[in-house]
Ligand binder design. Structure first.
Ligand SMILES: [Zn+2]
Length: 63
């Protein structure tokens, strides 16, 4: 089974083969962060930033 490290809390995650696919999002069971597969070999995860919501954009326009 593919393994990856959570970039947020350093926990070791075990992904299924269908999860270890580029662009796939998984949730870290340790810290709850949403992670995206950014590299398949070696398997690497990156935290998904939530600053790009549509609601957020509207707020920034007013700012
Ligand atoms: Zn984590």
């Amino acid at each position: 089974m593919p393994r990856a490290t959570c970039p947020v809390c350093d926990a070791e995650l075990r992904l299924s083969a269908s999860e270890a696919v580029f662009g796939r999002r998984v949730t870290c069971p340790e810290c709850g962060s949403v992670l995206e597969v950014v590299e398949e070999d070696p398997l690497e995860l990156e935290e998904v930033a939530f600053g790009f919501d549509e609601d957020f954009d509207e707020d920034e326009d007013e700012f």
